[in-house]
Design a protein around this ligand. Sequence first.
Ligand code: FE2
Length: 431
Amino acid sequence: MLDLLITHASLPDGRTDMSVAVREGRIVEVTQGLAAPAARTVDAAGQLLSPHFCDPHFHMDATLSYGLPRVNESGTLLEGIALWGELKPLLTADALVERALAYCDWAVAKGLLAVRTHVDTSDPSLLAVDALLEVKRRVAPYLDLQLVAFPQDGVLRTKGGVDSLKRALDKGVDVVGGIPHFERTMADGAASVKLLCEIAAERGQLVDMHCDESDDPLSRHIETLAFETQRLGLQGRVTGSHCTSMHSMDNYYVSKLLPLIAESGVSVIANPLINITLQGRHDTYPKRRGMTRVPELMNQGVNVAFGHDCVMDPWYGMGSGDMLEVAHMGLHVAQMTSQAGIRRCFEAVTTNAARLMHLPRYGIEDGADASFVLLQARDPVEAIRLRATRLMVFRRGRLLAETPATTAALHLDGRPTATSWMPAQGARPVR
Ligand code: FE2
């Protein structure tokens, strides 16, 4: 007897009419046309069953604080950081936990069941660290929360910064973070990368650094990050987040840099919504888009994922935890509009993100966790186009959230009585 059987599902790899059988929280079989007794059977009716969404880059200590104590007038990264500095003394652990839990509710409803969040370690009291460790414990039954020790004000620039970061790691923070482009000098930035990678290597931890979140084409800390990754044998364990300076770099230098990143096994996270918002703010016209070179990195074999980064905080007033919105913006900014390109954007918020987060048992396959989302769409391209409704969200076989299908009733003479914005099957391109 199965606990759950999904029938007639389409899968992201293009297989259709698939059955997915679940027992004790795990997928035990993925095959066509399985009929077996199950405690619950769901007929997917040809719609897409995807592994759950993953957000590999977020700031949960700041989320849902938009307008506190004021909004970011210039819209720049630097005013955002200054504004966060104004907010920090006003933060209470209770309010922070409450906002984070509310955000996790939004995330679950959107099929987002794994989030890597940076947590600011610049404040020696580590109030935000303690609060997010509490959130991690409380959401563990329904969402995987991974914490990154993030020295927002610069690990070397802040007095006692290294000590605070190490204490955060001792408390149970999972990943070593950094922000080399915010250190006082390029040399200090490079020194911070070396130091933080050494700390991670010593402790056997992963690294995820904000790296070159700048329009400065000479901000090249990603080069140091790739070098240190190789020197310390950290291949496959290190991520460079943002890397927006690559947008503005000299093409000849990038032709050397891309293979270095690929060789080092460093993953890259672009944050399309935030990059298009914060970068290029010092430009007149033309205004740069600022996002890193996503298709070029992917073509080199680099694992590239998309993050949400911010939702309703000092840097960004929009968002709802919808990783399809992130993928939608990503494909526009990167001009990845081919069928293959759109599918790669879907992977950037699912499998690629899961890979860099080292999530075990991820995917729609035998032995994986039964943590998946049924979308009101027939394939990944349609899912992104419609930012499709999450009909059902399961984690380890347990139903966590449901949303009714989105349909508009029409009152038009001689026309259908409803629409869900889906063309007839024949109007969809062949893969
Ligand atoms: Fe960030």
